[in-house]
Design a protein around this ligand. Structure first.
Ligand code: EPU
Length: 293
């Protein structure tokens, strides 16, 4: 594969994604690159497209299952500080797509801006959270977004206005783009009030999820009829093991890696979960985690 000459030395091959994903499952990425800026990103994307290579964007890797032991294509990680910048514009915050949600929340608290507190503890980045419209406690990140800067399919920078953005439960129309930054519309508030809200959400999260081992968060989206976790629990699936993967004994919509899980173990448990729910409740569960293959 011929990469741009100025970048070729930094484009790694056969990189294990285990240390870049919260599931910590082994998978070798054919190509792996961390661009330092938008220009490098544009260059590498153009080259991969010309060669027909698939492109995968890695945020915090907290909502991803790599579907096999080898991943063909180019994995891009936007972790350079140029993709993590964050600044104020009135009561708005403009944040880079590679910024972790928890860092964004700290920045908003420091600047006495409220609205993001419910996202505390979600281990994703700004970009990843927008693609899947991450949420908790009945709120979702899309409600706060007024503009998004992206690279479009032709590698051109594009501004998407509020009108062009579509968010639904754990979905958005941003998955065909590479997100560069997003503008969050927030409200002024006292620092102490924001801190109290954050602490309250941390406690709620600790109590309901009790995540003790590597995972990728909730595996399935909640169906219209209610909580996927509750339905899966009613099927008696908590604690079910396949190889190195186990359905959490605390929350039945979580699969945990006990140390040596393979992606096939997780996929097999997911299949079991879907079959049991279909059988007992006639509900088709849809994965919430993104499966790369
Ligand atoms: N429940 C059970 N058994 C279980 C799991 C849950 O009975 O094994 C019950 C709980 O006791 C509660 C109800 O089901 O009465 C709902 O549970 P929970 O509050 O944990 O919420 P959830 O619907 O399972 C959703 C999101 C979570 C988010 C929480 C809190 C989805 C798929 N999940 O879970 O998001 O943290 O609400 O707002 O939308 C994620 O997206 O990765 C995620 C974890």
């Amino acid at each position: 594969m011929l990469w741009p000459q100025n970048l070729s030395k930094r484009i790694k091959t056969e990189v294990n994604l285990a240390c870049y994903t919260s599931f910590k499952i082994d998978c070798l990425a054919e190509y792996f690159f961390q661009p330092r800026n938008i220009k490098e990103l544009q260059q590498v994307v153009a080259c991969a497209k010309q060669s027909g290579k698939r492109i995968f964007i890695l945020g915090a890797g907290s909502n991803i299952l790599v579907g096999s032991a080898n991943l063909e294509g180019l994995v891009l990680r936007l972790a350079n500080r140029n993709f993590k910048q964050c600044y104020l514009k009135g009561s708005n915050i403009i944040a880079g797509s590679g910024l972790k949600l928890n860092s964004l929340i700290l920045f908003s608290k420091k600047n006495k801006l409220s609205g993001l507190e419910f996202l505390v503890g979600i281990p994703g980045t700004v970009g990843g959270s927008l693609i899947g419209n991450a949420g908790a406690w009945g709120q979702a990140v899309g409600e706060l977004i007024s503009q998004v800067g992206v690279l479009d399919n032709n590698g051109k920078l594009k501004l998407l206005t509020h009108k062009q953005l579509k968010f639904a439960y754990r979905r958005s129309n941003l998955d065909k783009f590479i997100i560069i930054w997003a503008k969050f519309k927030l409200s002024p508030a006292k620092k102490e009030i924001i801190a109290l809200k954050i602490n309250d959400f941390i406690l709620r999260r600790k109590h309901s999820l009790q995540i003790t081992k590597p995972s990728a968060g909730c595996v399935f989206k909640n169906p219209a009829a209610g909580s996927a976790g509750k339905f899966l629990d009613a099927c008696g699936l908590k604690g079910r093991v396949k190889g190195g993967a186990v359905i959490s004994p605390h929350h039945a919509n979580f699969i945990l890696n006990t140390g040596c899980a393979k992606s096939s173990d997780v996929l097999s448990l997911m299949n079991l979960m879907q079959c049991k729910i279909k059988e007992k409740f006639s509900i088709q569960l849809e994965p919430e985690i993104k499966i790369w293959k």
